[in-house]
Design a protein around this ligand. Structure first.
Ligand code: PMP
Length: 299
């Protein structure tokens, strides 16, 4: 499934380093750390009816990522909120919008890896686009398992939401070649970790399972679904999940800001068969939709 370009985005305005610019003028320097080494952290945010969903949770993760990367002179949360508000207002955007919020280590004095070359402070980029949830949440998606492993804390801690997405992109290429919608990535031990851009859950005999957030991103939607499941008296367990367990689950679905909750209908050609006639996913989708108002911060 390829996201279509949306004509509403032809004249959008983008925030770069304190300026709100027309789409064609918005640029970063060739000396910026994101160009030099993918040296940046980011968040995907969704705007619902005049507010940003789970904004504090996203900004807290951005701050934690920037701290782990030892960024200096990081703008504080209220400065970022102000910039988000100004950017959405400049675009007249209130709903059906996805924001790619990026914080790079900033420009360097010369090309190179050393963060001591970054004397100008970080670059903040706010790219808002009209974008409905990206997957077919009615009919679900088809997934294949990638041979590319998701990072473990041994090489690159997935608790940092960074811009080094090469392994996820390679996995997505494998899924494209296979004609699937997304790639399931395993951890170093061969357990399911997450899809190339979303977290994964399965339901078996009335219990919800999701992989430990050791190799996968600790997704904001993932965290909220675990919370909502428990608030609705479902048992939700984080554990190592093998492919065999995934194949024979009653329901499998993925979660993320881009696509919300999406059923997975087959993995590696194994159809997901709802043998227990489980209705947990529709109930979680309902709980998620009900939670949107509660967790949306007006801007
Ligand atoms: N996994 C990966 C690799 C992602 O890039 C994302 C989106 N940022 C997610 C999962 C979903 O995370 P969230 O629920 O915070 O959008």
């Amino acid at each position: 499934m390829l996201q279509k370009s949306d004509s509403r985005n032809v004249n959008i305005k983008i925030y770069v380093d304190g300026q709100i610019l027309n789409r064609d003028e918005a640029q970063v320097s060739v000396f910026d750390s994101v160009v030099q080494g993918g040296d940046a952290v980011w968040e995907g945010l969704r705007v619902y009816r005049g507010g940003i969903f789970c904004l504090d949770r996203h900004l807290n993760r951005l701050m934690d990522s920037a701290k782990a990367m030892a960024f200096v002179d990081v703008p504080n949360k209220s400065d970022i909120k102000k910039a988000l508000t100004e950017t959405l207002q400049a675009n007249g955007m209130t709903d059906d919008v996805h924001i790619r919020l990026t914080l790079t280590r900033g420009r360097k004095t010369t090309s190179g890896m050393d963060p001591r070359l970054n004397i100008f402070g970080p670059t903040l980029i706010i790219l808002p686009e009209y974008k409905p949830p990206v997957y077919d949440n009615e009919n679900g998606i088809i997934v294949i398992t990638s041979t590319i492993r998701r990072n473990s804390p041994n090489n690159l801690d997935s608790k940092i939401h960074h811009n080094n997405l090469i392994n996820n992109i390679l996995a997505k290429i494998q899924s494209n070649v296979a004609g699937a919608d997304a790639a399931l990535m395993l951890d170093n031990y061969g357990f399911a970790s997450e899809l190339n851009g979303t977290n994964i859950f399965m339901v078996k005999d009335g219990i919800i399972y999701t992989p430990h957030a050791d190799a996968c991103l600790h997704g904001i939607t993932r965290g909220l679904i675990i919370q909502l499941a428990r608030e609705n008296n479902f048992t939700c367990i984080e554990k190592n999940i093998s492919l065999t367990e995934m194949y024979s689950a009653d329901e499998v679905f993925c979660t993320g800001t881009m696509g919300e909750l999406t059923p997975i209908v087959s993995i590696d050609g194994r159809k997901i068969e709802n043998k227990s006639i489980s209705e947990i996913l529709p109930k979680l989708i309902y709980a998620f939709e009900e939670s949107i108002h509660k967790y949306t911060e007006k801007i």
